[in-house]
Design a protein around this ligand. Structure first.
Ligand SMILES: C[S@@+](CC[C@H](N)C(=O)[O-])C[C@H]1O[C@@H](n2cnc3c(N)ncnc32)[C@H](O)[C@@H]1O
Length: 235
C-alpha cells in the first residue's frame, strides 16, 4: 500500500482531548437535547433511518436520533468525546454505535445513510480537505438522502483585518460567552471559511443545495440533497 505521506493528519487535535472533554459544558447547554430533537423533527427523521453524526461531540444529537428510532453511528476524532457520548447513551437508555475516526477516515458502506449530520466540525479542516470530507459524506449517503451541515463560517469578507476580524471576535465573546482565548485560537489556528466557499464545495462534490441560512456574522446552516440518480461511487 502507498505511504500516503501527503494525507492530512486530522488527529493532530487529539492532544486537546482532555481539555475539550473537561470543557464539554460549552457544547452541552441545558436546551441542547430539545434543540437537537427539533432539528431532527424538521428533517423528518423516521424510525429505522440510518443516521451518522460526524463530529458528534458528547452525543446529544446522536442520542436524540436514537430515541426517535433511528440507527445511529456517532463518529468523533476525540476518544474522550466518544466516552461522554457512550455515557449519555447509557443514561438515555438508547443504543448508538460509536466510531473513533474523523471526517477523513470514518468507515462506511457506500450509499447507506438516509441522513448525515455534521455540526461545528468541518472548520477543523483546511478547505481542500473539507472537499475531501464532503465528497466522502456524499458517497456514504443513499441516493435521495440528505446532509445537514452547520458550522462557523464567515458571511462576508473582512473589511480589513482589524475591523472585520475584531468585530467577529467581539460578537462571539458577547453572544456566545466564549473566552477571548478560544475566539483567538479559532481565528488563528482553525479553518473557518466563507459561506460561499462551503456552498460551492457542496455542489462541486455532487449535492443539490436545498437551503443555506446565515445567522450573521458567523453561523451557516446547509441542507443538501443527494440526487436520486446519483450512483454511489467506490471509496
Ligand atoms: C465544537 S464540537 C461540536 C460537537 C457537536 N457536533 C455539537 O454541535 O455540539 C467539534 C467536535 O468535532 C470533533 N472533531 C474535530 N476534528 C474532527 C475531525 N477531523 N473529524 C471528526 N471530528 C472532529 C471534536 O472532537 C469535537 O467533538
Amino acid at each position: 500500500m502507498l505511504a500516503r505521506d501527503w494525507f492530512y493528519s486530522e488527529r493532530g487535535r487529539i492532544g486537546l482531548d482532555a481539555l475539550v472533554a473537561a470543557r464539554s459544558a460549552i457544547y452541552d447547554h441545558d436546551d441542547s437535547g430539545s434543540r437537537a430533537r427539533a432539528t431532527l423533527t424538521k428533517l423528518g427523521v423516521l424510525p429505522g433511518w440510518r443516521i451518522a453524526d460526524i463530529g458528534c461531540g458528547t452525543g446529544t444529537l446522536a442520542c436524540e436520533a436514537a430515541k426517535m428510532g433511528a440507527v445511529v453511528d456517532a463518529v468523533d476524532i476525540a476518544p474522550a468525546m466518544l466516552a461522554l457520548a457512550e455515557i449519555q447513551a447509557r443514561d438515555s437508555n438508547v443504543a448508538i454505535k460509536t466510531q473513533s475516526a474523523g471526517l477523513l477516515s470514518f468507515a462506511f458502506e457506500p450509499g447507506t445513510f438516509d441522513l448525515i449530520v455534521s455540526e461545528f466540525t468541518l472548520h477543523h479542516l483546511p478547505d481542500f480537505w473539507k472537499a475531501v470530507a464532503l465528497s466522502r459524506m456524499f458517497r456514504a449517503i443513499k441516493p435521495g438522502g440528505r446532509l445537514f451541515l452547520r458550522d462557523i463560517v464567515f458571511v462576508s469578507a473582512p473589511d480589513g483585518t482589524e475591523r472585520g476580524v475584531e468585530q467577529w471576535a467581539e460578537f462571539n465573546i458577547k453572544n456566545h460567552d466564549f473566552p477571548r482565548d478560544d475566539v483567538a485560537t479559532h481565528m488563528r489556528d482553525e479553518h473557518s471559511t466563507f459561506g460561499w466557499v462551503i456552498e460551492r464545495l457542496l455542489t462541486e462534490v455532487g449535492f443539490t443545495l436545498v437551503s443555506a441560512d446565515y445567522h450573521a456574522p458567523l453561523h451557516g446552516t446547509y441542507l443538501c440533497h443527494k440526487p436520486a440518480a446519483a450512483e454511489p461511487r467506490m471509496q
